[in-house]
Design a protein around this ligand. Structure first.
Ligand SMILES: [Zn+2]
Ligand SMILES: [Zn+2]
Length: 227
């Protein structure tokens, strides 16, 4: 209960239940019914402009969980989720870690109602972290592997129990990708450098220079091989 008196009609009302305007008066505030204020504006009895807050539209900031109204000046729609609002300052500092990223991914993956993360999902995640020593970024990669790489359908009736069953598989997949990438790195280096030399070196010297370069690269390759 937050009982206040309407400046316009003089009646008491609960501003936690009815739309209202907040009117600065020195260091405190006066209040008015949202409708009384709009009527006063329409009949030109009220010349000032105030924001009408509607408690039925109140929500919580996705990141700090404090109550907010979508039309507050320091509140914006979340760039990542269409149905959620955040403080501007919270938006600047988030997402700040792997846990945030994983949470956003799961909400979108499951199409969770009004973009609210289910507490039981959060519990599952922290369970996996403790029980299996999984990292949040590892769990995110596991889900991406299962649903984006393997293209499995999302069953909204199930929780996140799939994660422990696919974690190793996903790890192996990304490790193989990483290995291939590392191998390509050295391959690209071999392809790239000789071409560059051919372009910049004058024809008479070319054969000798090129042979020297290849010898150099062959030595390099042997070194890689021995590691
Ligand atoms: Zn009123
Ligand atoms: Zn916030």
């Amino acid at each position: 209960m937050a009982t206040v008196t309407c400046k316009y009609c003089g009646k008491k009302f609960d501003r936690n239940k009815e739309a209202y305007v907040q009117i600065p008066l020195g260091k405190t505030f006066r209040y008015g019914h949202g409708q009384c204020y709009l009527d006063a504006v329409n009949s030109q009895k009220e010349k000032e402009t105030y924001t009408v807050w509607d408690p039925s539209k109140s929500t919580t900031c996705f990141w700090c969980h404090q109550a907010i109204y979508p039309n507050q000046p320091d509140v914006i729609q979340m760039p990542q989720l269409k149905d959620r609002y955040v403080h501007k300052k919270c938006n600047e500092t988030h997402p700040q870690d792997d846990k945030d990223e994983l949470m956003l991914y799961i909400i979108k993956l499951y199409g969770l109602k009004d973009d609210y993360m289910l507490p039981r999902f959060m519990l599952q995640l922290s369970d996996f972290e403790k029980q299996y020593n999984f990292s949040y970024s590892g769990m995110l990669k596991a889900l991406k592997y299962w649903y984006e790489v393997k293209k499995n359908p999302v069953n909204k009736n199930y929780g996140l129990g799939i994660i422990p069953r696919i974690y190793k598989q996903a790890y192996d997949h990304y490790y193989a990708l990483w290995l291939a990438q590392e191998q390509n790195k050295t391959k690209n280096l071999n392809d790239y450098i000789p071409k560059d030399i051919v372009v910049t070196i004058k024809p008479p010297k070319r054969q000798i220079e090129k042979r020297q370069l290849f010898t150099f690269l062959d030595d390099e390759e042997e070194e890689y091989g021995n590691k």
